[in-house]
Design a protein around this ligand. Structure first.
Ligand code: GLN
Length: 525
């Protein structure tokens, strides 16, 4: 029987509930098998079809699930490979309900939110717990308490206590403690109101995390304790930090392990030595390196969240602070901005907008020997640039941009040709590749057999493999059937690598992704 930690949030969104719950998971994970589950109230089946500007990055799992970016935090902090069923969306929940109803499973009953939908949600949680042999189930309920779309998840979470027993469940609430300008005092009212909303739903929190620009004073903790019916020790600070990896350290300083251990009868003993060392590496350094991320959507950092993290991980290992600059390629008129950059990333992308700028950036990096990492669309654009400007393949292009190009160097994958539905139909998830010996790619991975996670419909057209190789590109990694170019590099360059997968998705503070490590290292040099 696992222990259950329910994570809710209040007052406003964007307080870092995902990072807070991932941090709790991280602290527990040195001793217990923690399974994180995220419940989202929206009606999309998954975020795969959502605009990343609106929703943030789509995180891809090993099994090909397209999920919320909070799963990125879970994987990086807890060190688990999450599964697509661990993301419950209302879209998926209603899909199941409708299927059951059509099958006649409800035997003539009126299908209702309570108990039918709430039962289905709980059963889903229990199913995961059983299948994964979970010791701790960490259930994060998305959104803010009081939002209509999360009511059913909250109701299921309330009911859970009766089923698993008081000793086995802990409700945690993340809230906001402002220090208004001019008042200069920590204020508890938003927390009181948010907890009131939670209590109206029958849930009293066992732990309150107050997000604040300062450490919470004794005074405010006491006030929150009195008004919200919790013990004073169970009110802790969720401090504003400049580096998210500090959060487990902050929580630990506030004695979170003790609070959880006591409530759930566990013996939480986090291992933080290496973690702390790596976090400190990037704080106590005067050494800096500048990396540009050049693409569209770059106005919003969230759409490249995992790339940003992967850069930080490599920086921590190399004892450098990585300064990250976002450059919108649809508005790029000259390469001036790139002169001060030590390295460049062209991230994944879709559609035509901004591609000319990306191609110009790639040309500039290729010609000036500036380190470049092209990820997915970035690899594809590097092949387009090289084909046009070096291989002299006139108007070479991707058929994603120009269907009728005379030199379709990037073309749709054969198995994608007949697909018409948009959701969940790309080449998704982890795929293996075999690397070529004595290439930079191989040197960095230190392995011949590697795998990365994918999310694409197009590939380097095999008809053109020979010509780009004859002109100086190396296809440094191929799919096991030798058909698909998974990695490329440019022979006459100190660091020019493209990867069809997304290596940022598997990077973590303790184990940075090799291609990012290589890029940052080359940029430093
Ligand atoms: N649009 C390209 C494709 O579908 C690249 C996708 C990506 O960068 N994730 O192949």
């Amino acid at each position: 029987m696992p222990k259950w930690i329910i994570f809710t949030g209040g007052v406003l969104s964007g307080l870092g509930k995902g990072i807070a719950s991932a941090s709790v998971g991280m602290l527990l994970s040195s001793k217990y098998r923690v399974v994180p589950v995220k419940c989202d109230g929206y009606l999309n089946v998954d975020p795969g079809t959502m605009n990343p500007v609106e929703h943030g990055e789509v995180f891809v799992l090993e099994d090909g699930g397209e999920v919320d970016m909070d799963f990125g935090h879970y994987e990086r902090f807890i060190g688990v490979n999450c599964k697509s069923e661990w993301n419950l969306t209302m879209g998926k929940v209603f899909d199941r309900i409708r299927k059951k109803e059509r099958r006649g499973d409800y035997l003539g009953k009126t299908v209702q939110y309570v108990p039918h939908v709430t039962n289905l949600i709980k059963e889903w949680w229990f199913e995961i717990a059983k299948k994964e042999n979970a010791e701790v189930m960490l259930i994060e309920i998305g959104g803010t308490t009081g939002d209509i779309e999360n009511e059913l998840f909250l109701e299921a979470a309330r009911q859970l206590k009766n089923e698993v027993g008081e000793k086995n469940i802990m409700y945690t609430h993340l809230t906001y403690v402002p220090v208004p300008f001019g008042v200069n005092e920590q204020k508890s009212k938003p927390t009181q109101q948010s907890i009131n909303l939670l209590r109206q739903r029958g849930i009293t929190p066992d732990l309150i995390i107050g997000r604040c620009s300062e450490i919470l004073t004794d005074n405010i903790k006491e006030k929150i304790a009195v008004f919200c019916n919790v013990k004073k020790e169970a009110v802790i600070t969720g401090l504003d930090v400049d580096n998210i990896y500090k959060i487990p350290l902050v929580f630990e300083k506030e004695n979170i392990s003790k609070i959880i251990s006591k409530k759930l009868r566990l013996k939480v003993k986090p291992k933080l030595k290496k973690w702390k060392e790596l976090v400190e590496n990037t704080i106590n350094t005067e050494k800096n390196v500048n990396i540009a991320i050049c693409g569209k959507y770059t106005g919003l950092e969230d759409s490249c969240a995992s790339i940003v993290e992967a850069l930080k991980h490599s920086g921590a290992h190399l004892k450098y602070e990585v300064n990250i600059f976002f450059i919108e390629t649809s508005k790029l008129s000259s390469m001036k901005k790139l002169e001060d950059m030590d390295g460049v990333i062209i991230p994944g992308g879709f559609g035509e907008r901004g591609t000319n700028g990306k191609i110009e950036v790639i040309k500039y990096c290729r010609e000036t020997n500036k380190p470049l990492l092209g990820i997915c669309y970035g690899l594809q654009m590097a092949v387009v640039e090289f084909s046009r400007n070096v291989c002299e393949l006139k108007n070479a292009n991707s058929t994603e941009i120009d269907k009728k190009t005379e030199n379709p160097v990037i073309d749709i994958l054969p198995e994608q040709k007949e697909i018409t539905e948009k959701g969940g139909t790309m080449r998704l998830g982890s795929y293996p590749a075999i690397l070529k010996k004595n290439t930079k790619t191989h040197e960095l991975y230190k392995n011949i057999n590697v795998s990365e996670r994918h999310r694409h419909r197009f590939e380097v057209n095999p008809i053109f493999h020979r010509v780009i190789e004859n002109n100086g590109f190396i296809i440094s990694g191929m799919s096991p059937n030798k058909k698909l170019a998974e990695f490329i590099e440019f022979k006459y360059h100190r660091y020019f690598i493209g990867c069809q997968g997304h290596p940022e998705l598997k990077s973590s503070l303790l184990k940075p992704a090799p291609l990012f490590y290589g890029l940052v290292k080359a940029a430093i040099q």
